[in-house]
Design a protein around this ligand. Structure first.
Ligand code: SIN
Length: 280
């Protein structure tokens, strides 16, 4: 489409999109091109965007209804916008482990939009892994084993008052609203993307705790293998942030990892999360 450029970041996943101003409402042709790039590349990036929280919400809403996170405190006046801050005295960041967003929900996120307000002079990159490739590269025997298998996803590690207090001590971004009962839901280990029809591996080391009908201990060997396999370097890309850059990722077929290698520097991001469907 005239004026819009799509520039892949790696052979596996990710593309930078040029020629789009996300601060303005995209016309139909622009929206179609952006949406297709999102489906084709699983995560897309835009640089030099000047966005208020309202712009960010309006762009996210093109994909669906926005989520209000149960545990991360939103910014004032915008319950749908999360601020992920790592200040100069913090040692913990948000998302510093491979995951897909809020998979403990019954209807986990479709996508997330992350906007860079302040970035460190070096470090703080985000990695993404293509979960279609993770699935497709498994052997036929493993695909057969996983077919029909479900796993429990839980937010237990961050929902209790004790877990939140331990996290909040090291992090500038605060957890709140503790619950004693974790939110848990069962999802297929291999899901079919509702828009592309492709199969993707759907487990992650943060929220996936065990397979249906099995104990945590019994699940560990296979779950551990799948989590390691899912993020092999050849399935990934790595995005170097600049201020005012935006990443939009598809949580239905990717995992991401925020690299925590910039102690002593500030990094501040805003995120909106788009609600998705029940995985099948
Ligand atoms: C996240 O959404 O997990 C955080 C990603 C990042 O800050 O790079």
């Amino acid at each position: 489409m005239a004026g819009i450029g799509i520039h892949p970041l790696s052979g596996a996943i990710g593309a930078e999109v040029t020629g789009v101003d996300l601060g303005k409402t995209l016309d139909n042709a622009q929206w179609t091109a952006v949406h297709q790039a999102f489906l084709d590349h699983q995560v897309i990036f835009f640089r030099d965007q000047t966005l208020t929280p309202d712009h960010l919400k309006a762009f996210g809403r093109r994909f669906g209804e926005l989520d209000i996170h149960p545990q991360y405190k939103p910014i004032d006046g915008h319950p749908e916008v999360l601020e992920f801050l790592k200040d100069i005295d913090a040692t913990k960041n948000v998302g510093g482990i491979w995951h897909s967003d809020v998979t403990f929900y019954e209807r986990p996120a479709l996508g997330s939009v992350l906007y860079a307000l302040e970035i460190p002079p070096f470090g703080g990159d985000t990695m993404f892994a293509n979960q279609y490739l993770a699935y497709e590269s498994l052997s036929d025997g493993m695909k057969r084993l996983l077919s029909g298998l479900k796993a429990v996803h839980s937010d237990g590690f961050q929902s209790s008052p004790e877990a939140q207090a331990a996290y909040n001590e090291k992090s500038s971004t605060k957890l709140y609203n503790p619950t004693t009962e974790p939110t848990e839901n069962l999802h297929p280990v291999v899901r079919t993307h509702p828009e592309t029809g492709r199969k993707a591996l759907y487990i992650n080391p943060v929220f996936t705790v065990r397979f249906e009908g099995m104990s945590v201990e019994e699940s560990k060997p296979l779950l551990g293998y799948l989590c390691r396999h899912a993020v092999k370097p050849e399935f990934t890309c790595r995005f170097r942030w600049s201020e005012k850059a935006v990443a939009l990722w598809d949580n239905r077929c990717t995992q991401h990892f925020a690299i925590n290698d910039y102690n002593g520097f500030r990094r501040r991001m805003h995120r909106v999360t788009v609600k998705g469907e029940r995985p099948v």
